[in-house]
Design a protein around this ligand. Structure first.
Ligand SMILES: [Fe+2]
Length: 273
């Protein structure tokens, strides 16, 4: 009999406890892997402002996150905490894509549950590094930027694929090499190993986002490149600010042609402001 993943997806998504959420996600992946899925009889997805998260970390506006110097033990831990927080949010984002967007091929649901399982793995690895330095998830302030974009795109999978994996998650590919270099400079090889795993897997996650973005555009008869430029402008987002990792983005399914077009487009937008 086909398996409905929605009750377990909902429990995992709404769980406020990080360990429980991770455990439920593992359970979910084991249940759906190589299994026929069904949405029959499932209640409609709930519309919530926030997915389940622990009371700590305290969320503040991005500009209010206290800057800390990487050369102190606490500053270094704050940087590891920021990555931990991204991974925790990435678990919720992937679960939400699988949970919310139905009427899509079941490969879509399978893909995002697999991404959620990999994000759980990243979260656990990074949390272990944070604990190694005497801190834990929740010990520093954080911001809710990633989840906010999930909320803003909750009504349309095309919008979600365009703005979350293709913009926010792809940004991770741009910034990880510089973070890794700083971590290597400190001689923290264990954290370097974790960053390498995260980096490798994130290429795959952005690739999945690209695949489904193109699939949805094709289904609706929309031109993917032109639509993406429109969305970037309308949602006030950007790709080209600081270093852009063209090599990793190409492996994640962006074409060089599209990247060049986007760079020109953003330059003209900036000039017009
Ligand atoms: Fe991740």
């Amino acid at each position: 009999m086909a398996y409905s993943p929605y009750p377990l997806l909902e429990r995992a998504l709404l769980s406020p406890d990080a360990d429980e959420k991770c455990g439920l996600t593992d359970e979910l992946y084991a249940a759906v892997h190589n299994t026929e899925l069904s949405a029959a009889g499932a209640a409609a997805p709930l519309d919530f402002r926030s997915a389940g998260r622990p009371q700590k970390p305290l969320l503040v506006a991005p500009a209010q996150v206290t800057p800390r110097k990487m050369n102190t033990q606490e500053g270094y831990a704050a940087m590891l905490h920021a990555i931990c927080h991204i991974e925790f949010n990435a678990v919720n984002l992937a679960l939400d894509a699988a949970y919310r967007f139905r009427n899509l091929p079941q490969a879509f649901t399978q893909d995002w549950i697999r991404v959620a399982k990999e994000e759980v793995y990243h979260f656990r690895l990074m949390r272990a590094r944070l604990r190694h330095f005497g801190f834990d998830y929740g010990d520093f302030e954080a911001h809710g930027h990633l989840w906010d974009m999930a909320y803003k795109t909750a009504f349309d999978p095309l919008l979600r694929m365009a703005l979350v994996p293709r913009v926010l998650e792809a940004r991770g590919l741009d910034v990880t090499p510089a973070i890794r270099a700083k971590v290597a400079q400190r001689g923290d090889t264990e954290t370097c190993d974790v960053l390498d795993i995260i980096y490798r897997d994130e290429v795959g996650h952005v690739r999945i986002g690209n695949h489904w973005y193109r699939h949805l555009c094709e289904q609706r008869g929309l031109a993917p490149e032109a639509l993406f430029r429109t969305l970037i402008a309308r949602y006030d987002m950007f790709i080209f600010r600081g270093y852009v990792n063209i090599e990793a983005r190409e492996r994640a399914g962006f074409s060089r042609f599209e990247m060049e077009m986007l760079e020109d487009f953003e330059k003209s937008m900036k000039a017009a402001r």
